[in-house]
Write a protein that binds this ligand. Structure first.
Ligand SMILES: O=C(O)CCC(=O)C(=O)O
Ligand SMILES: [Mn+2]
Length: 212
């Protein structure tokens, strides 16, 4: 993939003087690579179907997911779900390394989501759990059917919408998690599936969930 095959999308932060950016590689993987990662993910990931407590009831999360890391003695907790990490299989460790090489950021964790159809989704949130450190940098790979990813500024409410095609890579740059939330909305009458990897970094020495 050529270094120049990307788009830089500036995102305002607190005021007009401060901005960050999304870096977007729409065709980061070839169709053949993307097809192969999609099939491997769906077939070989031990998908979890977690439930969260809402209004005193256990509600199924509207997607399947799992949490991967460079070692298995670590976990990740969000919305009351604690996921013990699965160690990166070789292919996912290599994918994390390729993303690191492309973006110049290190990655040693991945939250992987499986959207079985348009009824699966992820609601507005920021990837800002304390385990991710002060300034989480997130790299997202999309596989399968194209879905629209949205970011919404916390104070202005301005929304940026970006369709994420099969094989694309999106980097959410510095401080975006402080100023924006993001989501993947439901889509009516869509039967096709999608898998998304969000690669993240946790300092293994500061990771309190790590007991190795
Ligand atoms: O599926 C996506 O594109 C976004 C997933 C996401 O925001 C997350 O896993 O935290
Ligand atoms: Mn997220």
């Amino acid at each position: 993939m050529s270094l120049f095959d990307h788009q830089i999308i500036p995102l305002p932060l607190a005021d007009n003087n401060q901005q960050s950016e999304l870096v977007f590689w729409p065709n980061w993987l070839s169709k053949q690579q993307a097809d192969s990662f999609l099939e491997t993910s769906i077939q070989s990931i031990p998908w979890r179907h977690d439930h969260i407590k809402m209004f005193g009831k256990q509600v199924p999360v509207p997607r399947l997911q799992n949490w991967f890391a460079d070692h298995s003695n670590t976990s990740y907790t969000y919305s009351g779900i604690c996921m013990q990490a699965v160690k990166f299989p070789q292919w996912m460790a290599e994918l994390a390394d390729s993303v690191a090489e492309q973006t110049n950021y290190p990655f040693n964790r991945a939250l992987v989501n499986y959207y079985r159809n348009g009824n699966d989704s992820v609601d507005w949130h920021a990837d800002d759990e304390p385990e991710l450190g002060e300034d989480p940098i997130i790299a997202s790979i999309s596989l399968g059917v194209e879905r629209v990813f949205q970011l919404r500024h916390n104070s202005t409410g301005e929304v940026v919408s970006l369709p994420l095609p099969h094989g694309s890579l999106l980097l959410m740059g510095s401080r975006i998690q402080h100023f924006y939330q993001h989501r993947l909305a439901k889509v009516k009458n869509m039967q096709q599936e999608r898998v998304n990897f969000t690669f993240r970094y946790m300092n293994n020495n500061l990771d309190k969930s790590s007991y190795q």
